[in-house]
Design a protein around this ligand. Structure first.
Ligand SMILES: C[S@@+](CC[C@H](N)C(=O)[O-])C[C@H]1O[C@@H](n2cnc3c(N)ncnc32)[C@H](O)[C@@H]1O
Length: 284
């Protein structure tokens, strides 16, 4: 692929469009600016610039990988969440804009007087939820738990990069964990895709994201049941539990919470008006 930056964005955009990549031209431009280590505006300022041989090869490799539906974030190693920059790779779930709903819920609860000083994040992955809350609530500290050592490595790197290292601890563990402490707030975005639905996901998710971060068992609700059955070991009476849930799971998870001694069960929609999160307080 030779030619000016303008031409390359257009040609690579067509290649990505043929591979059914959404926003193909934009992604082509993002990958080109990534290769040049420039902001995307550079492509408009220098549309006639020509790439060096090395830059051209790197760009072609990235376009080939993206056309094979490898996620953009895996190619650049970064993903923005709540306007913070997170490192990501194939060992962690790519932070989703939908999950910002959970952040909103906690900050709204805080405005109403619920001020968590200790936060537990179950299934922390990249650490995006916990680290974002710690950056928004400077008086809080927290623990992130994940069964995956390779995910915890990324979470720790993100804590360092965001200057939050001294306020967070990442520990290996599963849903049955007992840390000898009861937290004010427990958050979790557990794997919730029904096992049989994974084959129908888009290739970026199905082929490149860790199955451990996706598979929620036969009906997608296994992790919720496990977390709720252990909740009294990790959440203090009066404490708040906030879950992210998959499409059409809110009612069932809400019922599980209600049946397990939670009160004020509330459903929260994301910006696409899908019931995305549930919050409830543990009865004293
Ligand atoms: C859907 S991802 C969520 C990651 C991150 N919290 C986010 O919102 O982007 C679920 C996470 O749960 C972890 N996980 C899966 N099974 C687990 C278990 N039994 N105990 C603890 N963590 C688990 C996975 O490794 C993965 O990082």
């Amino acid at each position: 692929m030779t030619g000016s930056l303008r031409y390359l964005v257009s040609e690579a955009g067509k290649t990505l469009a043929q591979a059914d990549v959404a926003n193909a031209r934009r992604e082509s431009a993002l990958l080109l600016s990534y290769v040049l280590n420039e902001d995307i505006g550079y492509l408009h300022r220098e549309p006639d610039r020509v790439l060096s041989k090395d830059e051209r090869q790197r760009f072609e490799t990235l376009i080939t990988r993206r056309a094979a539906r490898e996620p953009l974030s895996h190619l650049t190693g970064h993903r923005e969440f709540w306007s913070l920059d997170f490192l990501v790779n194939a060992n962690v779930l790519d932070p989703r804009a939908d999950s910002e709903t959970l952040i909103d819920i906690v900050l709204a609860a805080q405005k109403r007087g619920f001020n968590p000083s200790r936060i537990l994040d179950l299934g922390t992955g990249s650490g995006c939820l916990l680290l974002t809350l710690l950056s928004e609530i400077p008086t809080a500290t927290g623990v992130g738990v994940d069964v995956s050592d390779v995910a915890l490595k990324i979470a720790r790197e993100n804590a360092n990069r965001l200057g939050l290292k001294t306020r967070v601890d990442f520990q290996r563990g599963n849903w049955e964990i007992d840390l000898g402490e009861k937290f004010d707030l427990v958050i979790s975005n557990p794997p919730y895709i029904p096992s049989g639905d994974i084959k129908d996901l888009q290739p970026e998710v199905r082929d490149f994201e860790p199955r451990l971060a996706l598979d929620g068992g036969a009906d997608g609700l296994d992790c919720y049941r496990d977390i709720i059955s252990n909740i009294r070991n990790v959440l203090r009476p009066g404490g708040l539990l906030v879950f992210e849930v998959g499409i059409d799971q809110a009612k069932d998870v809400g019922q599980l919470m209600h049946d397990s001694g939670f009160t004020s069960v509330q459903f929260h929609k994301d910006i696409a008006a899908i019931e995305r999160c549930i919050s409830a307080f543990l009865r004293d």
